[in-house]
Design a protein around this ligand. Structure first.
Ligand SMILES: *Cc1c(COP(=O)(O)O)cnc(C)c1O
Length: 381
């Protein structure tokens, strides 16, 4: 059975008529950058997230970069980041001339270990960037408490968690100072090109970010601060305006697929096996009022002999991915930062174990059964 890791064409076909209609409208309008389509998306996103302001931008990476620029983080400042995430989370800190301080992650969720973050706070620490990895939130209660104690900005990297909820029901990306989202096509809410979003409840910060988005121009040809070209184009906004109303349904389907994976892996004995070849990650807030405690942007397990398993699955036509094979402290581009000398036992170990299985609305039960069956075959051999 051929099972691709992700098939974006299925999602497109589901909405083809609406998407084509709306994109054609943009093409005919002659308004291609920002404008009414982008404003409509900003309003819709702000309402969905429950924030005062949503600013549509050029990518998730740019959202994070702008957040640091908007808060004035720069040379001499330190920013706490998890050691285990997509590289953009830490690279933006380096790009503004500040120092990323790497923090190990919790073994059960792979999100930033806040107790260890607390031990790394210094006089220079200005901000913390919790990452809501794979679609579930970092321990935001602890993050916010730490931020209050030390007067830190909280920049949520919610690139993988559009629609995820804190136990209070508040959405990922709306609890800190700024929330950053990505709509890269493979994300759980994806555009048809590069796109991102910033959410904030601080009106002065929102105004500054809108200026930064457009070359620091407060008025045309009057640049008051250093900015960049961080604008969203109208075609991406048109796509997102069609897809946003589907987000909850898609996230719910992802949850159901994750539930099925857990059940199948347990039934196959891979989790309770004496050697426990597969370890499942924990779901935070699973027993709370939150409808979407985890939106499963990815379904990731920790697998014994991961690389051999992955190769075996590939031979059976089953595509998997590794998010992420190299922790930040081992990345060459970060070799100048002192915190790389610290121990990172969890990030180092899980980088060898994480395995992402296919998960997307439309993935069939037969495909999930075939995947788990193949995993069982590998470990039984
Ligand atoms: C995708 C992603 C980003 C970057 O988003 P882009 O839109 O690709 O620039 C940042 N952080 C995390 C955790 C991501 O998954």
């Amino acid at each position: 059975m051929q099972i691709p890791f992700l098939d974006l064409r299925t999602q497109y076909q589901q909405l083809a008529e609406q998407l084509e209609h709306r994109v054609l409208h943009v093409l005919r309008s002659g308004q291609y950058i920002l404008g009414p389509e982008v404003e409509a998306f900003e309003n819709r996103a702000a309402q969905y997230l429950g924030v005062a302001d949503a600013i549509a931008v050029s990518s998730g990476t740019d959202a994070l970069l702008m957040a640091l620029m908007g808060l004035g983080v720069g040379p001499g400042d330190e920013v706490l980041v998890p050691d285990f995430s997509f590289v953009a989370t830490a690279m933006v800190v380096a790009r503004v001339g500040a120092t990323p301080v790497f923090v190990d992650v919790e073994p059960d969720t792979l999100t930033i270990d806040v107790q260890q973050a607390a031990a790394k706070v210094t006089q220079k620490t200005r901000a913390i960037i919790p990452v809501h990895l794979y679609g579930q939130m970092a321990d935001m209660d602890a993050v916010l408490q730490l931020a209050r104690e030390h007067d830190l900005w909280v920049i949520e990297d919610a690139a993988q968690a559009f629609g995820a909820e804190h136990r209070s029901g508040r959405k990922a990306g709306t609890l800190g100072t700024i929330g950053c989202f990505s709509f890269y096509p493979t994300k759980n809410l994806g555009a048809a090109g590069e796109a991102g979003l910033i959410a904030t409840n601080d009106p002065a910060l929102a105004a500054r970010l809108r200026i930064i988005r457009n070359q620091g121009q407060e008025y045309r040809y009057d640049s008051t601060v250093i900015g960049g070209n961080f604008r969203m184009d109208a075609v991406q906004a048109a796509i997102l305006n069609v897809k946003l109303p589907m987000a909850d349904r898609w996230n719910q389907q992802r949850q159901q697929l994750a539930h099925t994976y857990r059940r199948l892996l347990e039934q196959a004995g891979l989790v309770e096996h004496p050697h426990r070849p597969i370890r499942l990650l924990n779901v935070r807030y699973a027993d709370s009022q939150a409808v979407f405690p985890h939106v499963y942007h990815q379904f990731v397990v920790l697998a014994h002999r991961r690389d051999a398993l992955r190769q075996f699955l590939a031979q059976q036509g089953i595509e998997t991915q590794v998010y992420y094979p190299v922790p930040f402290h081992q990345q060459q581009c970060f070799s100048q930062y002192p915190s790389i000398a610290d121990p990172f036992p969890v990030a180092t170990a899980v980088a060898q174990q994480v395995l992402a299985l296919p998960i997307y609305p439309g993935l069939s039960l037969a495909a999930q059964q075939a995947i788990v069956q193949a995993m069982k075959q590998f470990y039984d051999a």
